[in-house]
Structure formats: structure tokens, C-alpha cells
Design a binder for this molecule. Structure first.
Ligand code: NAD
Length: 543
């Protein structure tokens, strides 16, 4: 195939399976859940393609049933981190020279294996380890990750195809080299797809990677690593390092070959990494790429012309699916007084119908929050809401960690738009609303724009088109992903490139060519077919 100018398979978004009673996917998923619930997994690090069992074992437990242990993972030691850097640097040359079609084939194969044989294995591990319902696992660990692989391969081709013009006698080319060094991928607990995308996006572009998964998502990370290996990824291209950041970070960002970080997680952690990298800046061979998608305080802004039922559904799904632990989750809402009485009744009635519990019981809409630390943090916000003179809790407002880390969907109304619950990222199932007088639409848009340091996602609900235009203009910089009459969650790869600015990140848009561009260092090549043979110019000739 050395002479073929290949055409990649046309990417399409993976269809979301429904898991209705009696469906084959439901039966398959339930089998995997039962199997994983009755055995224990042992998760090693994977360095240079080899499994590494450090012996420093940590437990993996179900968030919704914390008495139940799912297994153990081996936390890496400092020497393992050094070995992983050596493995990544060792694999680099050959991987960078592997033809792009062959790299594409590996990730296209990963997409197909995940769409088939691995689908319910990864879904079940995400459900049990991260407490996602069947639907939330399906849209994340199956569909979104499959989409990342399929679309990123096409974005790679799009980037390589983007070539400069050439004038007569000259051929200009752009060679999109991988970065000179290794990439550090640091992934969050809340999306299995992000965990798979952050190491694979730089790898698709020919880089080698150290991948540190979140402690609370090690189970699904282990399955993704097995998927990469099964798809034919050569040893050392992606090295999986479960364990404590304290053991890894100094060694990794202190290495002269550190060439970039692909991070998703909280704003504070990214800022501390950025500072640490800044302190080392004179020691690197090349300026590292810093790509980080971080926190959010995502809003829904309704105009008095909004449709009540559409708005209520968007608020409930947007705020409470996956227990509000989506970076894009609706967590503050600005609602017009004229709609509020009816909307409040609708919201309170619908919230009362939400079932929460073990995700293996498919009747539940919500599971538990990820761990005790998250639970305690969210519970403290609820306590604050109860004590605050300017807040009233309309639904929920309780919590219970006796069996699992359960926090029921909580609706709070505040009278101060600068209330702590309207400003800070809580990352749990709490929706705070501020009701504004209908004639203060513009003033309240300005409050929304300036009301929080974040700018990740936001939605406007209105039937009046002038109101949509006014909101879009006023909130232009308040959201990297802006929705009109839709909930602010659920971005789809290839359709709504995802990411925000301000304190929400570097806005390098996961699921688009813009992200992949960060993992290459272009080289301009000019070739002159008949170079001049004399140094002097015509203007220098005698008159
Ligand atoms: P987190 O910041 O606690 O952890 C993210 C990752 O960073 C984990 O792997 C963690 O172990 C690691 N980490 C923590 N301290 C570190 C350090 N000092 N050095 C190196 N690594 C370190 O975030 P989380 O709780 O896993 O995820 C929730 C956060 O992620 C929320 O703030 C959410 O908004 C954000 N998020 C953002 C997006 C986005 O696209 N903007 C997507 C998902 C999640």
C-alpha cells in the first residue's frame, strides 16, 4: 500500500443503543455487570507494553455501594515513572515514522472493537466504577469514545492535507511533525471517553504518551488500555500510570523531554501544573503545549417567551444527569418572574419523580457521586444553602453516605445573583436559580456574563428571536459551547467541538481538528527546482 493515496472511511456518529427491556444490548450489559460485580479486577500499570505490578495496592470500590470492592490497582512508584518516560522516548522514533494510514488503522480498529465486543465491558466498568446509569455509560464510554477515534483519524488527515500554495518552479510543503518529546495526559473521573481521548489524540498525531488516569476511574481506564493493545498499538506509545499525582508530577514535568500536557480536570489543579511547568521553562528542549479543559459554572438563561416544558426538561436533564458531575452540567439558572410560579411547580413535581440508587437497577435515573471527598464537599454546599438567609431549598437538600454516596437532586432559589451557590463550581446535583424581573432582561444577562469566572457551557431559552440574538451577543464570551433552546450538556464529537475559555480552559476544542493541531509542530519545506546560478540581480546590470 505504499503508493496509495488513501481515502478514510467516512466517519459517522455511533448510534446510541436504547437498552429497552428485552433488547440484546440490555441482556449483554447485565451479564457483564453481574460478572464484574462477582469477581475482583487487578489493575497493573502498563509501561512499554508490559504489565507492572508495583505491589502498592489501592482499592477500587463502587460509589453507590461502597462496601463492595471491585478490585485493586497497583499504584506506580517513582522508578516506574522514569521507566515510562524511557519507554515513551524509546517508542517515539518508530511511531513517528509509522505511516499515518497505519496509525489511523489502529484507532479505526479500536473504534470497531469498542462498538462490538468491548462495548458492554467498558459500559459495565463505567457503571460500576463511576456510578453511571446504562444510558449515561452508553453515551460516554461507548458512543463518544468511538466517535473520538473515528473523527480524530479524519481530522488528522484533514490537517496533513492542509498544504501551502506553490509558485512556478517551487514546491512548498508542510510537514506536521509530532512534538519533540513525550506528552503527559492527565484525565478526570467523570468521562471515560475523555480518559480515552486525552492520550489517544496526541498518539494519533504520532506522539508517545504517559497517561495518568483519575484514581476513581482506574477500572475503565484499564479496559481502555486493553482495548488499545488489542487494536495493535505498539508498546510504549501509550503508557498507563495509575497512582498518586505526587509521585508522578515532579518527575514528569521536570523532564527536559516533556513536550506537552493534555489535561482535563479542575481549574486549581491545571493552574498549579501550569505554574510548575513555568518554573521549569528554561529546562525543556521545546516549549511545551499546555492544553487544559477545566471547571465550569454552566448556566441556563430563560427569556419570558421560553416554552415552559422544554425549559423544565432541559433544567432537569442538564442539572441532574450523572449527578451533576458533567463539566457542562447546568448549575445556575436565570429565570423570568412571569414564568417562575408555573415552572417551579413543574420542576418540583418532576424532581419528586426522579429515582436514585444502584445503577444496576435500570429504573434509576441517578446513581451516587464519585467518592467521599466529593460527597462531603457537596454536602457542605447544601448545609450552606440551608443556613443562608438569601437561599431557600425547594427540593432535595439532604444527603446520605451510609450505603453509597447519595445526594438527591437539589433545587435552590437565591435572591442574590452573586450568592456563593450561583458562582462556585459545586460539581454535584445542585441547581441554583435566580428569578429576575422580566423587564431586567439585559441587566440580568450582564450579571450572568460577569457572575462567574468560568465560561464553559451555557444555554438560552426563548421563542422570541430578538431575545435569542440579544442573549447571544451579551453572552458571547460567557460560554465556549452555547446552546439555543437546548440543555447545555451532551456535546457530540464532530458536531459541537467542546471546550471553554476564561477559567474553564484553553478552549482547544476536544473532538475537532483544533485539538489535534496542538499535538504537531509544523515544518515548512521549500524546494526550488532550478536555483539561481549567479548571485547578482538584473537591476545591477549596466544601463
Ligand atoms: P481533578 O482536578 O481532581 O483531577 C483531574 C486529574 O488530575 C486526575 O487524574 C487527578 O489525579 C489529577 N491530579 C490532581 N492533582 C494533580 C497534580 N497536582 N498533578 C497532576 N495531576 C493531578 O478533577 P476531577 O475531580 O477528576 O474532575 C472534575 C473536574 O474536571 C471538574 O472541575 C470539571 O469541571 C472538570 N472537567 C472539565 C471538563 C472540560 O471539558 N472542561 C471535562 C470534564 C471534567
Amino acid at each position: 500500500m505504499t503508493n496509495a493515496i488513501c481515502r478514510l472511511p467516512e466517519p459517522t456518529n455511533e448510534p446510541v443503543l436504547e437498552y429497552r427491556p428485552g433488547s440484546p444490548e440490555r441482556a449483554d450489559l447485565k451479564l457483564n455487570i453481574a460478572d464484574m460485580s462477582s469477581t475482583e479486577v487487578e489493575v497493573p500499570a502498563v509501561i512499554g507494553g508490559k504489565k507492572v505490578y508495583s505491589g502498592d495496592c489501592k482499592e477500587i470500590r463502587m460509589p453507590h455501594k461502597h462496601s463492595r470492592r471491585l478490585g485493586l490497582y497497583h499504584s506506580v512508584r517513582q522508578e516506574d515513572v522514569g521507566d515510562a518516560i524511557a519507554a515513551a522516548m524509546g517508542a517515539k522514533e518508530e511511531w513517528a515514522r509509522t505511516p499515518w494510514e497505519e496509525r489511523a488503522a489502529i484507532f479505526l480498529r479500536a473504534a470497531e472493537i469498542l462498538a462490538g465486543r468491548y462495548r458492554q465491558i467498558l459500559n459495565a466498568s463505567t457503571m460500576l466504577g463511576q456510578s453511571k446509569t446504562a444510558h449515561q455509560a452508553e453515551v460516554d464510554s461507548a458512543c463518544e469514545l468511538i466517535d473520538f477515534f473515528r473523527f480524530n483519524v479524519c481530522f488528522m488527515e484533514q490537517i496533513y492535507r492542509d498544504q501551502p500554495r506553490s509558485s512556478t518552479g517551487i514546491w512548498n510543503r508542510l510537514e506536521h511533525r509530532p512534538l519533540e518529546g513525550f506528552v503527559f495526559a492527565v484525565t478526570p473521573f467523570n468521562f471515560t471517553s475523555i480518559a480515552g481521548n486525552l492520550p489517544s489524540a496526541p498518539a494519533i498525531m504520532g506522539n508517545t504518551v504517559l497517561w495518568k488516569p483519575a484514581r476513581s476511574a482506574v477500572f475503565s481506564a484499564h479496559i481502555i488500555m486493553e482495548l488499545f493493545q488489542e487494536a495493535g498499538l505498539p508498546p510504549g506509545v501509550i503508557n498507563l500510570l495509575p497512582g498518586s499525582p505526587a509521585v508522578m508530577t515532579d518527575r514528569v514535568v521536570g523532564d527536559p523531554n516533556f513536550a506537552g500536557i493534555h489535561f482535563t480536570g479542575s481549574t486549581g489543579v491545571f493552574q498549579s501544573l501550569w505554574k510548575q511547568i513555568g518554573q521549569n521553562i528554561a529546562n525543556y528542549r521545546t516549549y511545551p503545549r499546555l492544553v487544559g479543559e477545566t471547571g465550569g459554572k454552566d448556566f441556563v438563561f430563560a427569556h419570558c417567551s421560553a416554552d415552559l416544558e422544554e425549559l423544565a426538561t432541559a433544567l432537569i436533564r442538564g442539572a441532574f444527569e450523572y449527578q451533576g458531575q458533567k463539566c457542562s452540567a447546568a448549575s445556575r439558572a436565570y429565570l423570568p418572574a412571569s414564568l417562575w410560579r408555573q415552572l417551579k411547580e413543574l420542576l418540583v413535581a418532576q424532581i419528586a419523580q426522579i429515582r436514585m440508587g444502584d445503577v444496576a437497577d435500570f429504573r434509576n435515573f441517578m446513581g451516587a457521586v464519585i467518592d467521599e471527598k466529593a460527597f462531603d464537599k457537596i454536602a457542605a454546599y447544601i448545609d450552606f444553602g440551608h443556613e443562608s438567609a438569601t437561599a431557600e431549598i425547594l427540593s432535595g437538600g439532604k444527603y446520605d453516605k451510609s450505603e453509597g454516596y447519595f445526594i438527591p437532586p437539589t433545587l435552590v432559589q437565591v435572591t442574590d445573583p452573586a450568592h456563593k451557590l450561583m458562582v462556585e463550581e459545586i460539581f454535584g446535583p445542585i441547581l441554583t436559580v435566580y428569578v429576575y424581573p422580566d423587564d431586567k432582561f439585559q441587566e440580568t444577562l450582564d450579571i450572568c456574563d460577569q457572575g462567574s469566572p468560568y465560561a464553559l457551557t451555557g444555554a438560552v431559552f426563548a421563542r422570541d428571536r430578538r431575545a435569542v440574538i440579544q442573549a447571544a451577543n451579551s453572552l458571547r464570551n460567557a460560554a465556549g459551547n452555547f446552546y439555543v433552546n437546548d440543555k447545555p450538556t451532551g456535546a457530540v464529537v464532530g458536531q459541537q467541538p467542546f471546550g471553554g475559555a476564561r477559567a474553564s480552559g484553553t478552549n482547544d476544542k476536544a473532538g475537532s481538528y483544533l485539538n489535534l493541531l496542538r499535538w504537531v509542530s509544523p515544518q515548512s519545506i521549500k524546494e526550488t527546482f532550478c536555483p539561481p546560478r549567479k548571485f547578482d540581480y538584473p537591476f545591477m546590470a549596466e544601463e
